[in-house]
Design a protein around this ligand. Sequence first.
Ligand SMILES: NC(=O)c1ccc[n+]([C@@H]2O[C@H](COP(=O)([O-])OP(=O)(O)OC[C@H]3O[C@@H](n4cnc5c(N)ncnc54)[C@H](OP(=O)(O)O)[C@@H]3O)[C@@H](O)[C@H]2O)c1
Length: 296
Amino acid sequence: MSLQSAVAVTEVGQPVAKVTIPRPEESKLADHELLLKVTVAGMSPFDAKIRDWNPFGLPFPIVLGVDVVGVVIKNGSNMNFPIGSHVFVQKLGSIQEFAVVDGRYAAIVPEGITDAEAALYPINAVTSAKVLFTSEGLGFPLPGTAEAASFDFSAQHIVILGGGTNCGKLAIQFARLAGIGRIVVTASASSGPLLRDLGATCVVDRQSANIEEQIRAAIEGEIIHVFDAYGNVDLGVSLLSEKKKGTLIDIIQGKVSAEVLEKKKAKFDHRFLQGYLDQSRGDQAFQLQGHRRHGL
Ligand SMILES: NC(=O)c1ccc[n+]([C@@H]2O[C@H](COP(=O)([O-])OP(=O)(O)OC[C@H]3O[C@@H](n4cnc5c(N)ncnc54)[C@H](OP(=O)(O)O)[C@@H]3O)[C@@H](O)[C@H]2O)c1
């Protein structure tokens, strides 16, 4: 058996370690898989949670990393990426020399983008796109579809709490690309210029005293679409309309306090959304087909 190096958690709460694990075998690739020689592994705050708490009770060693960029060495029988092309894709446990990935969700790294830049996108971009454009999330129509063509995005709003996070920044850009009229976000004052440049129509300083009032003033109407990208679910629920049913989507499994729930009279939806793609959970919409593989 061939071996390879990886970076893994070997004990909760301890520094990560270089470990030796089996190298994936080409002959065992499933139809939809690719074997990559890893060039860049992308990490996220999730890796720190695995190191510090191992919340899912995964067996050790737990190889870290959530996204990967790599050179295609071998295609599964249903895949046809050019051998030697660089692709980027989600991959839990990506900090290893060779990785098997799901080719249905992989795309070729576009020209002008480095592998290191591409490694920022898979989990963060998919999470934000799912928040905006799927029924698990806020349910805006996906731009480019017939439904989107007849939908008035300019009359819509979104509040993004934690606009300065990676997921927040991507959600701002997706909202702008879709044409959403009011994109109101919270972030530190120093991030304001960048976030406005990305498409936020109003940036509220997350350290100011009257955040809620400032957001309400910027939206000028009932708030029914809130994305919490950092862990501000109490604020998210407080903001939601008392007249219309609103939706709060969060990505960190925040728990709303009893005090806030007691004050809230109107019904609302609060859902945790997970950005990892999984065919078994109906994520087919995110599979990349034909030319889209080459131009994500
Ligand atoms: N469910 C999923 O599938 C999924 C996927 C991806 C990420 N996540 C989770 O989403 C969270 C964000 O991750 P990320 O990688 O996008 O971003 P990140 O790197 O954790 O974001 C850091 C930024 O958050 C902002 N921030 C700091 N404290 C804040 C606060 N109290 N309230 C609001 N914003 C604050 C700061 O920006 P400013 O100074 O500009 O405000 C900071 O630069 C993490 O908990 C991560 O694990 C979940």
